[in-house]
Design a protein around this ligand. Structure first.
Ligand SMILES: Nc1ncnc2c1ncn2[C@@H]1O[C@H](COP(=O)(O)OP(=O)(O)OP(=O)(O)O)[C@@H](O)[C@H]1O
Length: 221
């Protein structure tokens, strides 16, 4: 079986004035479908940088990131943006919900950004899967942190992406909400056949993954 997404000899160097930070020093990684990966390592080891490069949010200094045969570094910006909206879902530590929109409007944003029509069955299925069936018309300020993160996950699932990228998604939540959000993220990815690539400091969460990717000083171990 071919990998869905492949990083080949990926390096990332950040330049701050004269100083160069070698954040990734030649990373090879295959992401297969229907698989949950966690990326763990100390602070500053390169976890978020790796997630940003795998998800097309940033480009490598050297090496290639290939999604379904397409080198993301060679795609025109417009095509890359379209691909990311269609194929990838994003969940961050901050929920990034728009406060003036209700839950349903927030969740449907990616669909409207692609000039699409909502698939009402999918919307209802995702919302129910995430326990949000009675929250459609609430505003973010009326929800708890855990509920807001569940809305962000629902939004990430709306376009039926192949991969969910999550960077410390439970970083702002207490233990109980954190457990619930991870449980729902795993359940929904199984239900809707997505892979998950998740960056976390929490080893209990990391161990839930099918594969734990360890990174140290920009190198996978
Ligand atoms: N935009 C940037 N400009 C310059 N240096 C950066 C930038 N982003 C990250 N770095 C540096 O690259 C290295 C890897 O950072 P990265 O954020 O990927 O680590 P991390 O493992 O996700 O850390 P944390 O767990 O603290 O979030 C660090 O030395 C960091 O200071």
């Amino acid at each position: 079986m071919d990998a869905l997404l492949t990083a080949k000899k990926v390096k990332k160097v950040y330049s701050i004035g004269e100083t160069k930070v070698h954040a990734l020093k030649g990373v090879d990684l295959d992401i297969y479908e229907n698989t949950f990966y966690s990326i763990v390592g100390k602070s500053g080891s390169g976890k978020s940088t790796l997630l940003h490069l795998l998800s097309g949010m940033d480009k490598p200094t050297e090496g290639r990131v290939v999604f379904q045969g397409k080198d993301m570094g060679n795609l025109p910006d417009k095509e890359l943006s379209r691909m990311k909206r269609k194929e990838f879902g994003f969940v961050f530590q901050a929920y990034h919900l728009l406060p003036e929109l209700c839950v349903l409007e927030n969740v449907l944003l990616p669909v409207y950004l692609d000039y699409g029509e909502p698939d009402q069955n999918h919307v209802d299925e995702v919302m129910t899967c995430l326990g949000l069936q009675d929250k459609y018309y609430k505003f973010p300020s009326q929800l708890s942190g855990g509920e807001q993160q569940r809305v962000a996950i629902a939004r990430a699932l709306m376009n039926k992406p192949r991969i969910i990228f999550a960077d410390e998604p439970t970083g702002n939540l207490d233990q109980e909400n954190s457990d619930e959000v991870i449980e729902l993220l795993i359940n929904s990815s199984l239900r809707f056949h997505q892979s998950i690539v998740l960056v976390t400091h929490d080893m209990d969460i990391a161990q839930r993954a099918d594969r734990v990717v360890h990174i140290k000083d920009g190198v996978l171990s």
